[in-house]
Design a protein. Structure first.
Length: 223
């Protein structure tokens, strides 16, 4: 579906996948593995464009529900894959992914290699805070993972937040697990200082209008 003119979301890939449609196509996050055909069908049938027009795939962090189809989409389009430098080795399979603290972390450590595997992908671009990628400003917002990023589109005043925050239709929440709660809080304060109209997150639905006002209120409500 088209969220605002020129920005689409591909449904049903379990982890929101966004496509920015301009002269070329930019994909932000790719959903769980085995959904690349769904994304390609969307590009061809709804957008009437070709996968070869995907020039950049930006990953907000290394989790499988965001990077699952990065390898396949890169293979079939020749797009460049961009991720923050602190998450690059995890998506490339060079480092073992850290599990979140607590019981959930133990469960994930056992289950992840059995059921949740994505093909490693070597990032072409390693982002740093303040870099511009495909017209978007990269804002380093660690906490959920070390290299989690938000992406700000000045043209549309949209902020893509990955799993830093989500809007479930009723309220704003933080992502389900966080590797570093202190950094997460700092990162929320960091984006609360930006002016944006719409927040698009890795899960949940768009938050609009006046998204930054609502995020500021949420940031103030944190302990
Ligand atoms: Zn995540
Ligand atoms: Zn996620």
């Amino acid at each position: 579906m088209e969220i605002v003119p020129g920005i689409h979301q591909v449904d049903g890939v379990n982890g929101n996948c966004f496509i920015i449609v301009r002269d070329d196509l930019t994909i932000i996050d790719t959903g769980m593995p085995k959904n690349s055909a769904k994304i390609v069908t969307y590009i061809q049938d709804i957008l009437k464009r070709e996968p070869s027009e995907i020039k950049t795939i930006v990953l907000t962090h290394f989790h499988i529900d965001h990077v699952g189809d990065a390898f396949d989409l890169k293979e079939l389009s020749g797009a460049k894959v961009a991720i923050h430098e602190a998450d690059a080795d995890y998506v490339a399979g060079k480092k073992t992914q850290p599990a979140p603290p607590g019981g959930m972390g133990i469960i994930m450590k056992v289950l992840m290699p059995l059921f949740f595997r994505s093909k490693p992908v070597n990032p072409d671009v390693q982002l740093k805070d303040g870099d511009t990628v495909a017209g978007l400003t990269c804002i380093h917002t660690p906490g959920h993972t070390p290299g989690s990023i938000c992406l700000f589109d000045p043209a549309s005043k949209i902020l893509f937040v990955g799993d830093l925050l989500r809007f479930n239709g009723i309220k704003i929440e933080t992502g389900p697990f966080s590797l570093d709660a202190g950094k997460l809080q700092q990162s929320i304060n960091k984006i609360a200082a930006i002016d944006f109209d719409i927040m698009l997150s890795g899960h949940g639905i768009p938050l609009r209008p006046d998204a930054s006002v609502k995020v500021r209120e949420f940031a103030k409500s944190l302990p």
